[in-house]
Design a protein around this ligand. Structure first.
Ligand SMILES: Nc1ncnc2c1ncn2[C@@H]1O[C@H](COP(=O)(O)OP(=O)(O)OP(=O)(O)O)[C@@H](O)[C@H]1O
Length: 704
């Protein structure tokens, strides 16, 4: 099927770049500031009950924050302003992600069986070129963008692409219509050459802006697309350059992932600083089985590799895998799993890895039953995977990833497909050679028994430690003995505590559920404080003595995270807790050890796309950008206890993905002392006065 301009669906009213005659000013770049990396500013002590605190309008008026402060970023400006949102940062990994985006598009052409050859060239001047002999990006006028070719639309409009409907591609790595436009925005120069319909076409860009209209260079019988670009030093830093070894590795994994492609690699000799070859032909008809044997080399294994490839009958979908086990580990680690979806690498795993683990566990257990090996019942996924070296590649329609860098696969189909398609070949492999099956089963059972023994030892150790420390019973402690890298989550209520327990990383995250509102320490006497069970439990869990005998060195955790519902009650509990830390152990805040978790309030979904929003404003922003023009379903979480453990983990607890707000004290501590006294203090008159003083703004707010 030919790919033409009308297959490049896009959101009709997407803002586009200005024509070359009126170049838009390039926004100032803030390379260090990325949404993921930026530590959010601490919120002012979270808002207690509405009766206690009026609207924030007085602050707004004082700081001149008004409609004119709200900017709308047009065209590719958001990409240059916040590159982190699109490529995960501006570091070396992010720089190489540009290559991944362009190579993914070439691979999509190959997987769709339109291209056979991909060429990757790194020039002496640092330009990187990727060519594929596929259909070529369509160059005909785009029906919805008069005066622009589809090529120009693809390069300059976010969310434009031919992979939304599944008409032009079946199982593609591309799905957001963002990749190549992001590369364009972040390159100081980019040339596209397209060969299709008997002609050669060319168009050039700089920092996302067209340098001139598309040119028909002349007749040609060739077909394909060539993208040649140079990353912008304004974004990636002066001297930022592609590393040949890294590019080569990325190109080689792609070639392993699809047997039908040949990748021709060339690198200018002056760019090479290590053993990377100047030229190479990357073509691996043996697929992942070859990749695994190359990766593990001579390492001793328990059995020969279990490898294969199965396609789903009747509809698009395939799984390819290669796995083996080593009693001595694989170099740096005991085991590794590298997974891919539609040839896109998913370093954070996802559903396909879950399906793989499930299939292996179930298969081995079933084999244990068959051979009357009762101990097979002990096996868990951890035992099977901890010492495995595995490569898994799936091909599915409309995959759902987390974020534009696609580090994790979240489509539920991933696990179903892998589990289903792997079961038969695994049963076959095990029963075909009982000797190797028994060896593997024995090896995995040994791991399970080791694990159980370790757990028992640890329980004994921990129990002894707990007795010594007198930890509160409702604390679910983490297993790490030292404070380094550990966190105590203080959560609201037992049901949220239950979800948090499931969502945590047991090694480093401890959970302490609190029942209801804690004592307001701003107005409590020392005696009352000591008698309060919730607060003394909290101090016990932290390992510290409140008041004079407090010593920050005793703190049993590196971080203290307050995790309450994203509602008014939750904010009140958080305010009470912060007041407690501020009054009773202020050193914890001064040293930056107290944080607030930021759980989402909404989940927004449109087809395969799903995002979480922190609050109403964030929801509205997402609806106006990512979900613009889409039919959405919006779910509101009533509380943390209502979230599935996996959602809570992904959005709020997993250190790799979450955002925490650090609680900080303003430089003028007298000011906060005054505010705490007025808002949290005993004197209702002070609070009343505060409301009186600010009520005017609260009313104004209601009128809006
Ligand atoms: N090498 C190529 N050959 C043919 N068409 C291409 C090529 N590169 C890009 N395209 C077209 O341009 C569109 C936009 O590409 P882009 O990389 O921006 O997004 P995508 O691949 O659709 O999705 P993602 O943002 O997930 O990568 C593609 O959907 C495809 O239709």
């Amino acid at each position: 099927m030919g790919q033409s301009a009308d297959l490049l669906s896009l959101f009709d009213d997407e803002p586009t770049l200005p024509r070359p005659a009126e170049p838009a000013p390039v926004p100032a770049v803030e390379p260090a500031l990325t949404p993921q990396a930026a530590a959010p500013k601490p919120e002012p002590a979270p808002t207690p009950k509405p009766a206690d605190v009026p609207s924030s309008a007085p602050l707004a008026a004082a700081t001149g924050y008004s409609a004119s402060s709200i900017e709308v970023l047009e065209g590719l400006e958001p990409v240059r302003k916040r590159p982190g949102m699109y490529i995960g940062g501006t570091d070396e990994r992010a720089l190489h992600h540009l290559f991944a985006e362009v190579l993914d598009n070439a691979m999509d052409e190959a997987v769709a069986r339109h291209a056979k050859v991909i060429k990757v060239d790194l020039d002496a001047d640092g330009y990187l070129s990727v060519f594929d002999d596929g259909r070529g990006i369509p160059v005909d006028p785009h029906p919805k963008h008069p005066g622009k070719s589809a090529l120009e639309v693809v390069m300059t409009v976010l969310h434009s692409g031919g992979k939304f409907s599944g008409k032009a591609y079946e199982t593609s790595g591309g799905l957001h219509g963002v990749g190549v436009s992001v590369v364009n925005a972040l390159s100081d120069h980019l040339d596209v050459t397209v060969w299709r319909d008997g002609f050669e076409w060319r168009q050039s860009f700089s920092k996302g802006h067209v340098l001139g209209p598309i040119q028909q260079v002349g007749p040609s019988k060739k077909k394909g697309t060539l993208i040649r670009f140079h990353p912008d030093e304004e974004i990636f830093g002066v001297g930022a350059a592609f590393k040949p070894a890294r590019l080569f590795r990325m190109a080689r994994s792609k070639a392993y992932l699809f047997r039908g492609v040949e990748i021709k690699w060339t690198c200018a000799p002056e760019r090479i600083t290590d053993a990377t070859p100047e030229t190479a032909l990357l073509h691996f008809p043996g697929g992942l089985a070859d990749a695994l044997s190359e990766r593990i080399g001579q390492i001793e294994t328990v059995t020969p590799a279990f490898a294969g490839r199965v396609e789903r009958k009747g509809e698009a979908g395939a799984v390819e895998w290669a796995v083996t086990w080593s009693p001595i580990g694989f170099g740096e680690a005991d085991g590794f799993v590298s997974s891919y979806c539609n040839t896109v690498s998913t370093p954070d795993g996802g559903t396909h890895e879950a399906g793989f683990r499930a299939a292996l566990v179930k298969g081995l257990k079933a084999y244990g039953e068959l051979t009357n090996e009762k101990r097979a019942g002990l096996i868990t996924a951890e035992d099977v995977i901890a010492n495995a070296g595995a490569l898994i590649s799936v091909f599915i329609r409309n995959p759902e990833f987390q974020g534009q860098t696609k580090d994790r696969l979240s489509s539920p189909e991933g696990s179903r497909l892998v589990e289903q398609l792997l079961r038969d070949p695994l049963d076959h492999w095990l029963t075909e050679s009982p000797k190797q099956a028994n060896q593997l089963l024995g090896f995995v059972i040994e791991r399970a028994e080791d694990r159980l023994k370790r757990r028992k030892d640890k329980e004994v150790q921990r129990a002894a430690a707990t007795r010594k420390l007198r930890l509160p019973g409702k604390l679910s402690d983490c297993s790490r003995q030292s404070a380094e890298g550990t966190e105590l989550f203080i959560v609201e209520g037992d049901s949220a505590g239950g979800s948090a327990k499931q969502a945590r990383d047991r090694t480093t995250q401890a959970i302490l559920p609190l029942r209801g509102k804690i004592l307001n320490v701003a107005s409590a006497t020392v005696d009352k404080l000591r008698q309060n069970v919730e607060l003394s439990d909290l101090a016990l869990a932290l390992g510290v003595q409140p008041g004079n005998r407090f010593n920050i060195e005793d703190l049993r955790y590196e971080r203290i995270v307050i995790m309450t519902d994203a509602d008014v009650d939750g904010a009140h509990i958080a305010a009470l807790l912060i007041t407690f830390f501020y009054r009773v152990m202020p050193e914890t805040i001064r040293q930056g050890r107290v944080f607030m978790a930021l759980p989402p309030l909404y989940r927004i979904q449109a087809g395969a796309l799903s995002e979480y929003a922190r609050d109403d404003a964030h929801r509205d922003e997402l609806l106006a950008t990512v979900f613009k023009g889409k039919k959405t379903e919006i779910g509101r979480f009533k509380g943390l206890g209502e979230m599935m453990a996996s959602q809570l983990k992904e959005t709020t607890m997993d250190p790799k993905k979450r955002t925490l707000a650090k609680i900080e004290l303003p430089s003028d501590e007298a000011e906060i002392e005054d505010l705490v006294e007025r808002l949290m203090g005993k004197k209702a008159e002070a609070r009343y006065q505060f409301i009186q003083d600010n009520a005017r703004f609260a009313v104004a707010d209601l009128d809006v």
